[in-house]
Design a protein around this ligand. Structure first.
Ligand code: IPE
Ligand code: IPE
Ligand code: MG
Length: 248
């Protein structure tokens, strides 16, 4: 486990080993705003801008899959005012990004339980997915009302229903079939999970997919301040890791 106290020198682009599948826990919006004497919502506004910038940069770096944690199944516990502000921002972001994503070679997918989300937001999510389905560049998974435990439970339930319907037998419940029943389906495992803001936990993010992921916790930065060079520091650290996957 590594965290950054001081900035390290960025590694030149050509020397970087870029992860194929990256997960980002976009954390620290509230603290960023509070430090400036602003309401927490202001942090979400700036955090959303950072998200757009970093997503495009990931595509240019050659990342194949990027999953960003935007709203967890636990985030409903926040004050209603903050939840409403996040949902409004999302609505606005989705409308703007429909045009924005057209210019990029990014395929957008949403992962998480959509049922509790407002109808207009669900509609925009579908539009974003449909209008970018043909893109061949990076796949961007936006985790919205996402929780790893909810995801695995829903996958297990789906397989149980198929057993009950006589389509498969209990022996067909394998790591592969469970993986296929997750929101991320046939995507490869996550290589690297990044979390700014100084929290050292997964907070229910991609718990199945990150079984062998590397973790880089960056305690010296909050998400709204996150820059391309911070991503490069994380890639440089990733390139130094010795991944053994249980072997020698
Ligand atoms: C992450 O920032 C964004 C969401 C969870 C939507 P936070 O809002 O958790 O910011 P902190 O952790 O309170 O600073
Ligand atoms: C995780 O951050 C969720 C998102 C970044 C969307 P939280 O701020 O909700 O996580 P905890 O509560 O600190 O674990
Ligand atoms: Mg937080």
């Amino acid at each position: 486990m590594l965290f950054f106290k001081k900035k390290t020198t960025p590694v030149p682009l050509e020397e970087r080993l870029v992860p194929q599948n990256l997960g980002i826990i976009m954390d620290g919006n509230g603290r960023w705003a509070r430090k400036r004497g602003l309401p927490r919502q202001a942090g979400h506004v700036t955090g959303a801008q950072t998200f757009r910038k970093i997503t495009k940069y990931c595509e240019r770096c050659g990342i194949r899959y990027l999953t960003v944690y935007a709203f967890s199944t636990e985030n409903w516990k926040r004050p209603q005012e903050e939840v409403d502000a996040i949902m409004n921002l999302l609505h606005q972001y989705l409308r703007e990004s429909l045009a924005d994503f057209q210019k990029e070679n990014i395929r957008v997918r949403f992962i998480g339980d959509r049922a509790p989300l407002a109808e207009d937001i669900r509609q925009l999510m579908e539009e974003a997915e449909e209008s970018t389905a043909h893109k061949e560049g990076m796949t961007l998974n936006i985790a919205l009302n996402y929780g790893g435990q909810q995801e695995i439970t829903a996958a297990a339930r789906r397989l149980a229903e198929r057993v009950q319907a006589g389509e498969i037998t209990p022996a067909d419940v394998t790591e592969e079939s469970l993986q296929q029943a997750l929101y991320t389906e046939d995507q490869p495992p996550v290589d690297l999970i990044l979390r700014p803001s100084g929290e050292y936990r997964l907070s229910n993010f991609l718990i199945w997919q990150s079984a062998y992921a590397e973790f880089v916790f960056m305690e010296d930065i909050l998400w709204p301040d996150f820059k391309e060079s911070d991503l490069e520091r994380a890639f440089a650290e990733f390139a130094r890791r010795n991944r053994r996957f249980g072997g020698v």
